[in-house]
Design a protein around this ligand. Sequence first.
Ligand SMILES: Nc1nc2c(ncn2[C@@H]2O[C@H](COP(=O)(O)OP(=O)(O)OP(=O)(O)O)[C@@H](O)[C@H]2O)c(=O)[nH]1
Ligand SMILES: [Mg+2]
Length: 254
Amino acid sequence: MSGRLTIKDIFKVDGSGVPYLKLVIYGPSLSGKTSMLTVYNVLRKVEDPETIYSSLKKIDDPSGRTIFYDQSTFELPKGQGVSFPKLRYQVWTVAGQKRHYIQRKVVLEGADGLIFMFDPSKNMWDDNVESLTELISLKGDVLGKSLPFIVVLNKIDLPAEERMATDKFLDLLIEKKLSNNKGEAYMRVIETSCLQARNELMTLLRSPDIKSKLDEYGRLKKGARPLSVQKVAQPIEQLTREIVIHRVKSARPE
Ligand SMILES: Nc1nc2c(ncn2[C@@H]2O[C@H](COP(=O)(O)OP(=O)(O)OP(=O)(O)O)[C@@H](O)[C@H]2O)c(=O)[nH]1
Ligand SMILES: [Mg+2]
């Protein structure tokens, strides 16, 4: 192969010539997609505001239900872009209500990675199945292949009697041919509570000893993330990492 690979051979570039990835959070209405992106935004803001390239834009109705999308763009913190100077990752959520199908289709266009968010509330089972089936009808040919995905099981704060067991979701992933077996399915699932994460982050930021968790510039230290908050950030950050590693590996000449 002649010449060196450049970043533009591996990633798309945005209007200002900076490489970027597009991540989409998909799933039924009320599963917590907007909540996840909102918590992640607050986290980035307190950890390193410079990593927020464009702050959260929500297109929703007066009750807070998304009617088109939420969107925010982040940059990898300095020194974390593998050996690249800069990489942006756009995070989008879809509007989960059934009637917004066309909007979901539009938002999905050009996605480089997907987070599928289940709502384990017992009365939401059919909506979960319907939403996953819809996603497969739109992206089934590439999902889990050239389009990496992570599954989030939100609302783990709900009491056990109000929740479908995690096992049922693993079975569903196998039935839909997104995993070969339970072990593999479980590897793709991250259990979260966006509600708990939001509350714990707010409590932390208001706590009297917050100063001990801040660095010299007043930014929240990475190690200070409460576990619930880390679990909400993990799907976005892990997926970004997986896509970067995969792209770099497959672009590298043999
Ligand atoms: N108990 C509990 N409630 C949550 C959790 N995450 C979100 N919620 C609540 O679920 C409701 C819906 O959350 P949203 O984030 O707006 O859901 P969405 O998936 O964006 O919904 P659409 O915009 O209609 O697609 C809100 O009342 C949230 O407070 C969670 O982890 N646990
Ligand atoms: Mg929403």
